[in-house]
Design a protein around this ligand. Structure first.
Ligand code: IFM
Length: 464
């Protein structure tokens, strides 16, 4: 017997992408350089097949056709981001008129095709001119970001339905200042903590400016959550899970959603001399006073942990991982392209936690999806037969549906991503889109999952 999964009226069905990953360059666009333009050239060996930000999916050039493609599969909402360095090439000062025209055209076109416009202001893409001054380590960047946000609200406020201050605010701190994945490739917990704090303050400043404008549209932030699971119920494993959750989830969720850093985290960082040095009373008061309207949650994988097996090197770098080890669960289901676990129930656990721990805040799944390597191997009759993606999305939506039946306040589901896009480090290794991008011809063709998603949207649900 088939079971029906219906979603509420006005549920957001959409996709997400970002400026750096989709726009690309055309001559005369007057875009300033960001850290990705810089690092994908200067540290080219770190990028899969050496593909730089110039060769992405051409949204800057093709946005009209792309938006038609979005409407062809019945999406009712669409997230992208504004490139700070495109709009304000030096991060502060002069505004690029080409960028104003481009973003106005994009948002207008989306609206005309009946799609709600979700716009994020910062998706890992610090303008290079500001990075040279220290990026988010420098307090002046908070002011620069606030001015950039205000410029966006003034220029595009009438065309945007939902604003987001940051996508995955932990990543620039964690990947750029702790784990050597993103430029500037610093490894230093205290500096990472300062970056994270300054990002949080920037978020609050942008929300404050937004509130002053008294607009009808809403503002929020998008967080990536890896729900934490201990290896066993042994107290040592449970403690490891508690610490992983404290460092990687509660550290950010509580400051954004409850207005305070967890006391225990502050105690640990004090003990290990890792507190960020520049945190003022005024900033903490602002954090306390800041409330968002809509929360985005990106979910891809769980975080399984166990008690540490070896003592920590007392002379090593302070890391959250000093308090737990990753746990490779036997029999776990893997996405081998990315080397990450597939665990659809995680979305349910996150949903229940939001309700339990963070009030009944309205939220939506702002990213969920699966990146697959060598997807051309699945092309039959000119179409990528991505049944694995349909299966992945179906299972996650089933768990989301269950949580919604239990009363969670979820407003929508956005798949990552619309057209196969460039990824940080992996460039085009793994494909995520509803549309396949042919890197040789630039052609964008609908995959089987895109046809399936159209039906889901038109029926506001599915049967399995
Ligand atoms: O490509 C990224 C995106 O920029 C942020 N969330 C995860 C995606 C897939 O890895």
């Amino acid at each position: 017997m088939k079971k029906e999964y219906k979603f509420p009226e006005n549920f957001f069905w959409g996709t997400a992408t970002s400026a750096v990953q989709s726009e690309g360059r055309v001559s005369g666009d007057q875009k300033g350089m960001d850290i990705w333009d810089y690092s994908s050239k200067e540290y080219n060996h770190r990028f899969y097949h050496g593909i730089t930000t110039e060769q992405v999916s051409g949204f800057y050039r093709d946005y009209r056709e792309d938006i038609k493609k979005a409407s062809d599969i019945s999406l009712n909402s669409f997230r992208t981001s504004i490139s700070w360095a495109r709009l304000i090439p030096n991060g502060v000062g002069e505004i690029n008129p080409e960028a104003i025209t481009f973003y106005k055209n994009v948002f207008t076109e989306l609206r005309e095709k009946g799609l709600s416009v979700f716009v994020n202001l910062y998706h890992f893409d610090m303008p290079m001119a500001l990075q040279k001054e220290g990026g988010f380590e420098n307090k002046n960047t908070i002011e620069a970001y606030k001015n950039y946000a205000e410029t966006c609200f003034d220029l595009f406020g009438d065309l945007v339905d939902y604003w987001f201050t940051f996508n995955e605010p932990m990543i620039p701190a964690e990947a750029g200042y702790l784990h050597d994945r993103h430029y500037p490739y610093v490894v230093d917990f205290k500096r990472a903590a300062q970056v994270l704090h300054n990002i949080v303050v920037s978020h609050c400043e942008a929300v404050r400016v937004f509130r002053k404008k008294k607009r009808n549209n809403q503002i929020g932030i998008i967080m990536d959550v890896l729900p934490v699971y201990p290896r066993s119920s042994h107290p040592a494993d449970m403690e490891a899970a508690r610490m992983a959750d404290l460092f990687y989830t509660r550290s950010l969720n509580e400051v954004i959603l409850k207005g305070e850093y967890p006391v225990e985290l502050i105690e640990i960082l004090t003990e290990y001399n890792q507190l960020p040095p520049q945190v003022s009373k005024e900033e903490l008061a602002l954090i306390k006073a800041t409330k968002i309207d809509l929360l985005g949650i990106n979910y891809y994988q769980p975080r399984r942990v166990k008690a540490k097996e070896c003592l920590v090197n007392p002379n090593g770098v302070f890391m959250p991982e000093n308090f737990f080890d990753p746990y490779i669960m036997p029999g776990r289901r893997m996405n081998t392209s990315r080397g990450i676990e597939i665990y659809p129930k995680g979305i349910y656990d996150i949903a229940i936690n939001i309700k339990k721990l963070y009030g009944d805040i309205p939220w939506f799944v702002s990213e969920n999806g699966i990146g697959i390597q060598d997807e051309e191997a699945f092309i039959r009759d000119g179409i990528v037969q991505d049944d694995y993606r349909i299966e992945f999305l179906t299972e996650h939506l089933q768990w989301l549906h269950k949580a919604m039946k239990e009363g969670v306040n979820c407003k929508g589901y956005h798949m990552w991503t619309f057209v196969d896009c460039w990824s940080w480090i992996n460039t085009f290794k793994n494909r995520y889109g509803f549309y396949r991008l042919n890197l040789e011809t630039g052609e964008k063709t609908l995959k089987k999952s895109g046809i399936w998603f159209k039906e889901v949207i038109e029926n506001n649900g599915f049967e399995v």
